[in-house]
Each structure stands twice: as structure tokens, then as C-alpha cells.
Ligand binder design. Structure first.
Ligand code: IVH
Length: 718
């Protein structure tokens, strides 16, 4: 129920209030858990705030409803369990919200009357952007970073120290001569818009789900058990608050933030000291006017009483300080008509529904396209299968009057439907089960672990789907696949679009030279090519007519079949024909071929399913036939069996001097060894260079043989 439709609190009976309170509390708890633990919000900020406001209003009018466990006192949700916990010595609190100018005037008035200030007495505040990221508490002892914790439920957060250390804007050691013995600096971890787009692009390329917004991407990037993932994400940090700080470096909010800057933190340049409500509102409007060009998401302006002595006197109420408030920006919403639903096919084959809207201005920008996320969203369900829109039926149909939301730079989304305006003859939207780009089946994978369907429907056309072809071709020739010199992304794009010498599928690469010879218009005469470079390119292609089987399998870009799985399959089946026969026969779940496939060590059910689906597509069969007329994949065994490390599991650690880590890995694999990232009882050999650390200890623990780089070369005779 939205606030405007709700009965005024004063007119409710206690029974009604109790019922509504119970519902709201459950909705808020679910939204908190989705937002804080899963980084997957199920409510937009405006609806969430409205629900919280209504809950607080109910509790104010009916104090019996407020018990010790009331969600109105809670901040966020309990930490999610995968990280160690850190108890905050000073709780990490939240902020109350102001939505109107009047709310701001009320806030200032509340502060003044709480402090018993006279009419004429002045009071200073700071005003600064409210960064839309996630808060982090950094503990420094003697100037050195010792721990980093997320907010969690405000009392206890997650230990993300190693992750935080990878963020370049978080100093490992503080500079300056006024750094206290103990200093807990708090602030916001966030992602810039450009970096966010880059991360999603890479997610797309890898066929992984994209993040809904920079905040979720920042949270997902920070809370990674694999620190190298955090390190690869350009997270940023603004310092604006503190926890334990026995000796303060200044007597005002502004002064402390200036000290943070001296100590090596980034602080927000838009922060300003203000002397009155008018000043605050002026700052608010200025920051709001710059919102679109800041390059990062903000969702309001935070006002804080400047003088720390006054902050102390004001203290806290339940979940928020009395001395600060967040003045939120209004959500950018508009109502329009959904004229059509168009399906776009992404590079990994994902079918994405796009709403074609009657153009409407949302927050100063004309919007005519908006995302509808996926099939379930149109049907009215979120990723967990929970209903997300009220009303029966909860789906979205062409012809519907819809609300569109545009938040910051994020792609606009269709948020809700006005069912009262639904045309009588409207029909539920039938999501296509065939790819609109190539006509192949589009299916939803079953996650074998959860037993649930993936929300994304994907085209199974693979290489024959034009929407996917270019990216797949790039993959086919890439370094870890066929590795064709001189045939990079640019050249693939060129040939894919070239009318004289088109490359539409892998087989076409191997007929380039022949076709060019037959053509009147020669490649060597085209811009960017010359006789020499054409000759080199054709030679590089010839050189790859007998690719190693594992690289060939990997190059096909079958879903879920990365380098490791490709190698396992290559080793197990020995030839592509054997793998293909097994893949086709395994379509029958009772077949011995399926059992054999299921039993391969390291090959999981998702991979088996993907393989079976790949070989079940007639298009893929034809494409493979054409490709195998051109190339002859070479089994792995031929090179592997004679080597002293064949079949062994090897780990490399420390600095290698004569080869890069990639080279070492490739060499070991060429010799038939399996290269692992960590030492376990299954490891046969640890090759340790200078600077090797914990892996040496692990090797000792498991009785694993350790040699150095020279030892490696003498062992493999190279
Ligand atoms: S001050 C005790 N300042 O907003 C007050 N918070 O809704 C501590 N936030 O948990 C918070 N920008 O994650 C403060 N400039 C800013 C902020 C900010 C973003 C976040 C922070 C906090 C949440 C409260």
C-alpha cells in the first residue's frame, strides 16, 4: 500500500494499526535483508523510506506496537555469515531522513530547542553529499591500518580488512603529526559511473549477472572472499565520520574532516559550512544541480551540527544521531504508456526485454526505453520468485500505464503498473522461447544446486546467432583458445562486416586465403592491410589448422566450459569425435554416455547440461561439420605421456625469474601436468621461487615435494 492510498494514522483503530504494522515490519525486514545481505534490493529507496515513515508514524500513534525488537530501531540486517565478524566499539548508526524544506527547518528547530538555544544565537552545520555506496569503518593503531569492517547491523559488521587494503584510496599508514594512537575513520566505499559500466561490461562478457547499480556493484566487489576480485575493481572511498577516537584532531565536524584530508584520505570537495536553514537549502540545491555530472551516485545531502561539543550534548535516538539528518533527493519518477516490449540479444545470448515507452521526461531527461530486467520481472516476480508488485494479476502488459524510475545514471526501469488503467483487451506478455536474432531455442538454465531456474533466458544458437557471433569469433581466436597471431578483436570486427571477405563463423577463418585468391578485390589493397601483413596473417591461420584439442573445445565458447573443463574433457575423451558422440548420446539421461560424463572428476552437472544442450542444437552440428573440414584438433595425450610431470598436480609460487607465471603454467600443461592455485594433499610438486610464503608451509604440512625454478628446468629438461 503506498502512503498516499493509506488511511491517515489518526483514523486507524488499534486493530487496523496492529495489522498494518505487522505487515510493514515484515516487508521492511525482508527489504533490509535483501539490501544488506544479498546486495539485491527488492524495494526502491522511495518505497522503502515511505514504509519506514509509515511504520514510525504508527508506532508514534500506537506506542503498544513498539516492542524491543521493533524494526524501526534496527539498522540494516545481521551480517551474512561468510566473513569473520568485527564488533564495532562505537556503533555504526544510520541517519534520519528529511524529504522537504519544511522537514529541514523542523530539524534545525529540534536541534535548537533540544539545546535550549535563544532566538538570536547562531548555530553552524555542515552540508555534504550523501554518497550512495556502503559504509566502512577503518581502524588505525599508531597510524597503521589494522582492520576494516562493514556496517552490518550497526553493532557487528564483517571483517573485510584484506579487501579494504586493496583500495588505493584507503591509506595503509596515515601521514601527519596529529594522528592519534587509535583512530577509527569511517566513510563510504563507492564506484564511479565509468568504472561501474566497465565492471558490468566484463560481467556481460563472462556471461555473469550484471549489477543493478553502482552501490550493489561496490558492495559485491568489497565483500569478496577472493581478495583478487576486490583488487580488480576500482573501488573508491570518501572519509566523513569516525568511530573510536579518544583524542580528537579538531573541535568541529569540518575540522575533523580537514584532518582526515591531512592524514591521506579523500574527502568530499562539496562539503560546506552553513549558518542557517536557507544556507543549507541553498547548498542542497547546488549539490542537486551537480548531481548528474559528479560521476558517482549520491542520493541526498547530509547536514550535521558542526560543533562536536554540541553533537555530544545532542546524542542519539535509537538508530540515528539527533545532530544529523539526510535530506533525500526525490526519486525521479514519471508515468507513461508501455507501447511495446522488444527483446534484445546480448553477446552471451541473454534475452533482455526492453520497454518501448511513449516518450516522457524523467528528471530532465527524455526517456523512451527502459529495462524490464527479465521474464520473471514482467510476470511480477523477483529473482527469488517473490512477488514484487501488489495487485492481481501482478504482470506488465503492452498498453499498460507504467511508472518509470530513473535514478542517477542508472538505466531507467519500469517500476510499477497502474492496473486501473489497463485496457480491457490486454493480453499477458508471452516471452519468446525462440531467439529473435537467429531462431534458435532460448532456454532458461536450471541451477542444479538450488533447483531453480535462472532468471535469464538465453539463446542456444551460439556461434550461428548473429547477435553473439562477433564476440564468439573473438573468443575462438583469442590467446587461450586458437591463439591466431594478427587476428585480434579489430580484425574480427572488420572481417565480420566485410562484404568481400566475410567471416561469419569459425570455418570462414580457414577459407580466408582461398577466397582472397579467388576474389578480384584483394585484401592487400584494403586500408590497414599490405601484402606482408596479409601473408603473415594467412600463415598464422595455416599454423593453427591442428589446434590442441583442449584449446579447440575451449574456443567453441560452450557455456560453462572454460579452460579447465575443456582440458578435463580433452584429456578424458582424447578426440573431438569421441567427445561429440558422447555429448550427443548423453542427451538421454539414462545412457551410459551420460553416466560416464557425470563421473568425470571435476566436471559438474552444470557443465554436463551445457554440453548436452550444445550438441543437441542442429545449428551447432552443422557449424562443427563445416569447421572440422578445415581443422583437425590434436589430442593432448601425444605430448603428455612422455613427460616426467604428466598427470602430476603442480603449484607455482613466489617469483619466477626465467619465465612468467603464464608461461610456467602453459609449459607444465603442455607437459601434461595439472596446475593448481593452492597446495593440498593432492599436490605432487611445489615450484617455489624467492618470496614464497604460506604455500611452503602448506607443502610441509602435506609432505609435498618442493623444488626451485632451476630444479624445475632440470626435471623437465628444458
Ligand atoms: S554520516 C552517525 N555522512 O548514509 C552518522 N553518512 O543513511 C554517520 N552516508 O550509514 C553517517 N554519505 O553509509 C554520513 N556524507 C555522509 C554520508 C553518509 C553516505 C551513508 C552512510 C550511513 C548512511 C545513513
Amino acid at each position: 500500500m503506498s502512503e498516499s492510498q493509506a488511511i491517515p494514522v489518526a483514523e486507524l483503530t488499534q486493530r487496523q494499526a496492529r495489522a498494518e504494522h505487522k505487515l510493514l515490519a515484515a516487508e521492511i525486514a525482508a527489504a533490509d535483508s535483501a539490501y544488506f545481505q544479498d546486495d539485491q534490493p527488492i524495494l526502491d529507496d522511495a518505497s522503502y523510506d515511505a514504509k519506514r515513515r509509515r511504520l514510525v508514524a504508527l508506532e508514534k500513534a500506537f506506542p503498544v506496537l513498539k516492542d524491543a525488537a521493533s524494526v524501526s530501531d534496527k539498522v540494516g540486517a545481521k551480517p551474512s555469515g561468510k566473513f569473520a565478524k568485527i564488533r564495532h566499539r562505537v556503533p555504526m548508526l544510520s541517519l534520519g531522513n528529511a524529504f522537504t524544506d519544511e522537514d529541514v527547518a523542523d530539524f534545525v528547530q529540534r536541534v535548537r530547542s533540544f539545546l535550549g538555544m535563544k532566538e538570536e544565537a547562531g548555530i553552524a552545520f555542515t552540508a555534504e553529499p550523501k554518497i550512495d555506496g556502503l559504509s566502512l569503518s577503518l581502524r588505525y593503531e599508531k597510524g597503521a591500518l589494522v582492520s576494516a569492517a562493514t556496517r552490518g547491523d550497526g553493532e557487528e559488521g564483517e571483517d573485510v580488512t584484506s579487501n579494504a587494503r586493496t583500495i588505493s584510496e584507503i591509506p595503509h599508514v596515515l601521514s601527519g603529526d596529529d594522528v592519534p594512537e587509535i583512530a577509527e575513520v569511517r566513510g563510504e566505499v563507492y564506484l564511479g559511473h565509468v568504472d561501474f559500466a566497465g565492471i558490468n561490461e566484463r560481467q556481460r562478457e563472462k556471461g555473469l549477472p550484471e549489477f543493478a547499480n553502482p552501490r550493489n556493484a561496490a558492495a559485491g566487489s568489497l565483500r569478496q572472499l577472493d581478495v583478487s576480485i576486490t583488487a580488480a575493481r576500482p573501488l573508491r572511498f570518501f572519509a566523513y565520520a569516525w568511530g573510536e577516537m579518544p583524542v580528537m584532531p579538531a573541535v568541529t565536524q569540518f575540522g575533523v574532516v580537514e584532518a582526515f584530508k591531512r592524514w591521506g584520505f579523500r574527502t568530499n570537495p562539496l562539503m560546506k559550512r552553513c549558518e542557517s536553514v536557507e544556507d543549507l537549502l541553498e547548498r542542497y540545491r547546488l549539490i542537486e544541480s551537480q548531481r548528474a555530472t559528479l560521476g558517482y551516485d549520491i542520493d541526498g545531502v547530509v547536514y550535521k551540527v558542526d560543533e562536536l561539543a554540541l553533537q555530544t550534548r545532542l546524542g542519539f535516538v535509537a538508530r540515528a544521531p539527533r545532530w544529523a539528518i539526510a535530506h533525500k533527493f526525490p526519486a525521479e519518477l514519471a508515468t507513461t504508456v508501455l507501447e511495446a516490449i522488444e527483446i534484445q540479444v546480448g553477446r552471451t545470448g541473454a534475452l533482455s526485454p526492453v520497454a518501448k515507452l511513449r516518450p516522457v521526461t524523467v528528471g530532465g531527461v527524455v526517456v523512451s526505453n527502459a529495462t524490464l530486467h527479465n521474464e520473471d520481472y514482467i510476470r511480477g516476480f523477483d529473482s527469488k520468485g517473490e512477488r514484487i508488485r501488489d495487485g492481481e494479476p501482478p504482470d506488465i502488459r503492452v498498453g499498460d500505464t507504467v511508472t518509470v524510475k530513473r535514478a542517477g545514471d542508472v538505466i531507467p526501469r519500469v517500476q510499477s503498473v497502474d492496473l486501473s488503467k489497463r485496457p480491457a483487451n490486454s493480453q499477458p506478455y508471452a516471452f519468446p522461447t525462440l531467439c529473435p536474432a537467429c531462431g534458435s531455442h532460448a532456454t532458461r538454465e536450471m541451477n542444479p544446486r538450488s533447483g531453480k531456474e535462472d532468471a535469464v533466458r538465453r539463446c542456444t544458437g551460439g556461434l550461428i546467432c548473429p547477435a553473439q557471433a562477433v564476440e564468439r569469433l573473438k573468443h575462438f581466436v583469442s590467446r587461450d583458445a586458437l591463439d591466431i597471431d594478427g587476428l585480434g578483436d579489430k580484425q574480427i570486427e572488420f572481417f565480420h562486416a566485410d562484404p568481400d571477405l566475410p567471416v561469419k563463423e569459425p570455418a570462414d577463418i580457414f577459407t580466408l586465403a582461398r577466397r582472397d585468391a579467388e576474389n578480384f578485390k584483394k585484401l592487400r589493397d584494403k586500408e590497414g592491410f599490405g601484402s606482408q601483413s596479409v601473408a603473415k596473417l594467412f600463415a598464422a591461420i595455416e599454423d593453427r589448422r591442428q589446434p590442441p584439442l583442449n584449446r579447440f573445445i575451449f574456443g567453441l565458447g560452450i557455456r560453462h566450459i572454460g579452460e579447465t573443463n575443456a582440458r578435463l574433457l580433452a584429456r578424458h575423451y582424447g578426440s573431438f569425435e569421441a567427445l561429440r558422440a558422447a555429448g550427443i548420446a548423453a542427451a538421454d539421461p539414462a545412457s551410459p554416455e551420460r553416466q560416464e560424463l557425470d563421473a568425470i572428476d571435476g566436471v559438474g552437472p552444470t557443465v554436463v547440461e551445457a554440453l548436452v544442450q550444445f550438441f543437441a542444437e542442429a545449428h551447432n552440428e552443422q557449424l562443427l561439420d563445416r569447421l572440422l573440414e578445415q581443422v583437425v584438433p590434436q589430442p593432448l595425450e601425444a605430448v603428455a605421456s612422455v613427460s616426467p610431470v604428466a598427470g602430476k598436480t603442480v603449484v607455482f609460487t613466489g617469483a619466477l625469474e626465467q619465465m612468467t607465471r603464464d608461461e610456467a603454467k602453459a609449459m607444465a600443461e603442455r607437459l601434461g601436468a595439472k596446475v593448481a592455485g593452492s597446495v593440498s594433499s593432492k599436490t605432487d610438486l611445489l615450484v617455489a621461487g624467492p618470496g614464497a610464503g604460506s604455500k611452503l608451509k602448506d607443502a610441509a604440512k602435506h609432505g609435498v615435494q618442493v623444488i626451485d625454478e632451476a630444479g624445475w628446468f632440470s626435471l623437465v629438461g628444458g
